[in-house]
Design a protein around this ligand. Structure first.
Ligand code: PLP
Length: 454
């Protein structure tokens, strides 16, 4: 047998040692970004004609680059939406990388595709979609939303053609004014119009507003998008009403739940997702609130054939795959070559069981409600709105944006937490996005305490 080179053996040990060290941190150092000037000075050029050598490059990463990179799984990382994978998911991600598995086709990746599909079927079941629902793990919610909308338009175009109608002047879809920026991006890429329906006083899209938007939209409408947990506040639109409105006009109903749909797993937040079973498609990002590593978005179709019709790529060298009748994940989104990025979640889910996931989501929602109560009790703090899922937005009375920025920088430099300013209706605030089971009430109180001084 081919005997590995000594340097390869040493590098393998070095990599495993470093990976073990990362995994054994409790918690991992929060770390903080550095300037380009600093990194040029400290790391210098790294891509060279003859190479630096494996252990030397690893050491450079460990000593210089890793400390300049924030650990999104630190319990004090509470900005944007953090990523807090289970240990099982992280470990299995190593195996995915070590295995060079192709996740695009059944022919090449049957075992991996089987495992990914088990997870997708489970998510569809939790959402109440009928038997036969399915989809694919894509890179992120942005790509998931785009792929669903492309499928929706494709279906609408086919229906029009079948009825002998000409193309509309402009294709259009409806979403709420609170919808994620990726929908605007999708509309731009697709060159379609985005119609923003009004939200109610709680920031929620309701059926009536959708009806109004539909009746004034004119020709070319192909979909209605609801948000299952806005990124900023965790607001869940009235999925039942919005879905009903969309379907009564034969429009595709898509639910963007990149962050929030994980909330359907816990008894405490499940009622918010009533009506999700009406969806023609939905997305949820395991890298947000399903405790899996970057980067993965589960895209689900009620009728996967709609996705396949819209997305299958044809080419001479691909025909042997596309004409096989097998389930090929690549056919269900705007992608071709793909990593089986659903496997880390699959392994962790298979290891721990579904209940562990319900419990973890429930715990995050309960913690969000508990710290919201604490904020309401504290002098000098105001809750911007009651949390529904696990995002808590609040103000420190009298602070301007500079006060928030100074405090936020200090918190990061001290290695305590990463909590950045945000804003609502022109007023600065800050928010805790809680998706990490290691985030404790005590840590959140310590962060609030740190706001006693500007
Ligand atoms: C994060 C998010 C997205 C975008 O997902 P990415 O994985 O970042 O591309 C879309 N919609 C909502 C509601 C989100 O929270």
């Amino acid at each position: 047998m081919h005997k590995p080179h000594d340097a390869t053996v040493a590098l393998r040990e070095g990599i495993f040692d470093y990976a073990r060290k990362r995994l054994e941190y409790d918690p991992a150092p929060l770390d903080a970004p550095q300037t380009l000037e600093f990194l040029l000075e400290a790391a210098g050029p790294t891509v060279t004609e003859n190479g630096l050598g494996g252990l030397e490059t690893l050491s450079l990463f460990e000593q210089v680059l890793a400390p300049a990179t924030i650990s999104t799984d630190h319990p004090g990382y509470l900005s944007f939406i953090p990523c807090a994978p289970t240990e099982a998911a992280k470990l299995f991600d190593l195996i995915v990388s070590a295995s060079a598995i192709y996740g695009g086709s059944w022919m090449e990746g049957a075992g991996a595709v089987y495992a990914e599909n088990q997870v997708l079927e489970w998510l569809a079941r939790e959402a109440g979609l009928p038997e036969g629902a399915g989809g694919v793990f894509v890179q992120g919610g942005t790509l998931g939303n785009l792929s669903a909308l492309v499928a929706a338009r494709h279906k609408a175009a086919q229906a029009r053609q079948a009825r002998g109608l000409a193309r509309p002047e402009r294709w259009k879809f409806i979403c709420s004014a609170e919808a994620h920026s990726s929908l605007k991006a999708a509309a731009a890429v697709m060159d379609v119009d985005l119609i923003k329906a009004a939200v109610d006083e709680n920031g929620r899209l309701r059926g009536q507003a959708v009806e109004a938007a539909i009746s004034s939209a004119g020709d070319g409408l192909f979909a209605v998008v609801a948000t299952g947990g806005t990124t900023n506040f965790g607001i869940v639109d009235d999925l039942d009403e919005v879905g009903q409105a969309a379907k009564s006009h034969s429009l595709w109903f898509h639910v963007d739940g990149a962050y929030g749909i994980a909330g359907m797993l816990a008894p405490i937040s499940k009622p918010l997702f009533l009506g999700l079973d009406r969806a023609d498609s939905f997305i949820v990002d395991p890298h947000k609130w399903l405790f899996a590593p970057f980067d993965a978005c589960a895209l689900l179709y009620r009728n996967p054939e709609d996705g396949r019709q819209a997305h299958t790529q044809h080419g001479e060298y691909l025909d042997t795959l596309t004409e096989s009748g097998d389930w090929n994940p690549s056919d269900y989104a705007y992608n071709l070559t793909r990593r089986p990025r659903g496997l880390p979640l699959w392994f962790s889910l298979a290891t721990h069981g579904i209940k562990a996931y319900r419990d973890a989501v429930q715990q995050n929602v309960e913690l969000a409600r508990k710290i919201a109560d604490e904020i309401e009790l504290r002098q000098g703090f105001s809750l911007v709105r009651q949390p529904e899922l696990s995002v808590v937005v609040f103000e420190r009375d009298g602070w301007n944006i500079d006060d928030y920025n100074r405090w936020s920088d200090r918190l990061l430099q001290d290695g305590i937490a990463f909590v950045v300013p945000s804003s609502h209706k022109g007023r600065p605030n800050t928010r805790f996005a809680i998706v990490n089971p290691e985030t404790s009430f005590e840590l959140l109180c310590e962060i609030l305490d740190s706001m006693d001084a500007k």
